[in-house]
Design a protein around this ligand. Sequence first.
Ligand SMILES: [Zn+2]
Length: 199
Amino acid sequence: MIDEGYTKYECEWREAPAVAASAIEELNTWRNRLHERGLIGYYPEHHVGFGNVSIREGDTDAFIISGTQTGDIARTDERHYSRVTHCDIEANRVYCEGPVQASSEALTHAAIYALDPGIRAVVHVHDTNLWGELIDKVPTTSRQVSYGTPEMALEFRRLYEQTDFAERGIAVMGGHEEGLVSFGRDVEQAAQRILRLRG
Ligand SMILES: [Zn+2]
């Protein structure tokens, strides 16, 4: 089942001006490359977008993430990003500001940033083939756990501590069909970890 785009958490959104174009230039370049490869996109039959990218802001827990329902846009710009200023994973609550609301998977990104301050970028994509090939072959979250839940955060913690997720920087989301997630020291590393798998 495709559960993308349904906001399970509470999103406290404050409408605000876009971040500076320079702040998201690299992030947006990789976002558009992933979109060209179909790893970020839109399910017309479900009217929902899929896939999202983010970068940590400085040494804080805040991050800039692609906005909700932007998957149908081939070339995005700073108007399509939101700043997540704070997340309460336990309460399933995200606080964001910008011209658009944060992606409905901001909580997944927050859970990954919480693993290690060295994680500077997170990429979430959808790919039917990769998901089918890699499930249980790379670190995989429980099929019982869907995205955007506190349980998913615990699953990433488990993978980080008990598998080679920390070294590989990539995981399959077992309970989120087609979903894979990667992280890196920058968005290029995070994106390349996925693109390399596609050959
Ligand atoms: Zn997804």
